[in-house]
Design a protein around this ligand. Structure first.
Ligand code: HEC
Length: 146
């Protein structure tokens, strides 16, 4: 019984860390092994973006523009996801619109303008996540600069 409890709490953590979808909530199978050490190409890009956005939020809150420009996020459209359904129909328009909004961050020459652009980007992260990967949304919401 204790073993099952531990296993399900580990599984709970994994669900929190990635997208929660119906097939990830099933009970563990005999040969089931967590794939924590093998993030997909797309998951790696997302982690980079999350880190970059956290750093930008910190700079902006200190009143400084952040000039960092991600190189990897432009490969979002071709990157392989953990599971095919994570990049279902409609993914590409979301990704393209996200990239357009992202570029506005780097056009900003004033802190106030970059904060606005950054928050628009967070909206765009969440828009895509609402459709394709709702697990990390609460973490993404913390990226808003208020
Ligand atoms: C066009 C859709 C789209 C946009 C835009 C998007 N994401 Fe994602 N995100 C996904 C998908 C799909 C996954 C699941 C990837 C996988 O597991 O292969 C994901 C996964 C993640 C993860 C979990 C990665 C992991 O460790 O498994 C985080 C965190 C994340 N995104 C943060 C962000 C942030 C922050 C932004 C905005 C700066 C963002 N995402 C923009 C679709 C998107």
């Amino acid at each position: 019984m204790r073993k099952i409890l531990t296993l399900s709490s580990i599984l709970g953590l994994i669900i929190l860390a990635s997208c929660s979808g119906p097939e990830q909530q099933m009970t563990p199978k005999q040969n089931w092994t967590p794939k924590l050490n093998q993030p997909s190409e797309l998951a790696l890009i997302m982690r980079d973006m999350h880190e970059e956005s956290t750093n930008r939020k910190n700079s902006l809150e200190q009143g400084q523009l952040d000039p960092t420009l991600s190189e990897t996020l432009f490969s979002m459209i071709t990157a392989h996801p953990t599971k095919p359904h994570m990049k279902g129909e409609g993914f590409e328009p979301y990704a393209k619109s996200f990239i357009g909004i992202y570029n506005q961050i780097h056009g900003a020459e004033e802190v106030g303008v970059q904060i606005q652009a950054h928050n628009n980007m967070v909206d765009a992260c969440i828009a895509c996540h609402t459709k394709f990967c709702d697990g990390p949304i609460s973490r993404i919401e913390k990226l808003y600069v208020r």
